[in-house]
Design a protein around this ligand. Structure first.
Ligand code: NAP
Length: 250
């Protein structure tokens, strides 16, 4: 039987009710992790994920928690530690877009995206850092984006939040490395999710054609890197940004 790369580890994934977060939860299950995750509005999808995994014997619990809310994240980390006894992997995946050209972007659009995408990472890491340091081990994985590396017209709020995640990731890696706590970022490119199914197929095809590997990424492509970074296979890797983009920025 193949070794399970996350056996004995407890992972917390923010925003795992759908999309990339859900794919990470499935890959983490396959690799033997116990799974805690958060969501905000997708109650039914959350319930379904919990039920299907529990039937297969997985220890899993979903918590309704807004990652942009400082006090909420303090509470959820404590609940995870109370229920699971430890925390080994934190995946900061929760994210939103509220796109608009700068001249049309409202202050609310800016604040919402920065709070959910960037402040959430601060909140979660701040709330869990002591536990990781006490354990003298831990892997923090922040989901950035190629847009945070390159910028994108119409997404100045989103690009700023995702670029901010990269600076935050490198700083946390420098601060916590001496305690064997690692912090890395994944920068996905164009990943095909439920959201992209609703877009004009011609537009989506033109995006695929512009990518060297000639396809959009799958949530599982991102999840595989999250397995690597969460596991001991990456025990000498910290402060890095791994692009999962089919060569899009190459
Ligand atoms: P998605 O399908 O829209 O899923 C987003 C998840 O985040 C949902 O589970 C949602 O929960 C949760 N969420 C939203 N706001 C939250 C909050 N305040 N607190 C806690 N959870 C919250 O998005 P996705 O495409 O999988 O994207 C996941 C991450 O990858 C995001 O950070 C995104 O920026 C990044 N990314 C995506 C792509 C792409 O092409 N898809 C590319 C680059 C980067 P509810 O459903 O309960 O609201």
């Amino acid at each position: 039987m193949r070794p399970k790369h996350l056996k004995g580890k407890v992972a917390l994934i923010t925003g795992a009710s759908k999309g990339i977060g859900r794919a990470i939860a499935h890959r983490y299950e396959f690799e033997g992790a116990d799974i805690a995750f958060t969501y905000v509005s997708s109650q039914d999808k959350t319930h379904q994920l919990e039920v299907e995994m529990r039937v297969r014997g997985v220890k899993i619990k979903g918590f309704r928690s807004d990652a942009s809310d400082y006090k909420d994240t303090q509470k959820v980390i404590q609940k995870v530690i109370d229920k699971f006894g430890r925390l080994d992997i934190l995946v900061n995946n929760a994210g939103i877009t509220q796109d608009n050209l700068l001249l049309r972007m409202s202050e609310e659009n800016w604040d919402n995206v920065i709070n959910v995408n960037l402040k959430s990472c601060f909140n979660m890491v701040k709330a869990s850092a002591r536990q990781f340091m006490k354990q003298r081990s831990g892997s923090i994985i922040n989901i950035s984006s190629v847009v945070g590396v390159k910028g994108n017209a119409g997404q100045s709020n989103y690009a700023a939040s995702k670029a901010g995640i990269i600076g935050f990731t490198k700083s946390v890696a420098l601060e916590l490395g001496s305690r064997n706590v690692r912090c890395n970022a994944i920068a996905p490119g164009f990943i095909e999710t439920e959201m992209t199914e609703k877009l004009d197929p011609k537009v989506v095809q033109s995006w695929r054609d512009a990518i060297p590997l000639k396809r959009g990424g799958l949530p599982e492509d991102v999840a595989d890197v999250a397995v690597f970074l969460g596991s001991d296979m990456s025990s000498y890797i910290t402060g890095q940004v791994i692009q999962v983009d089919g060569g899009m920025l190459t």
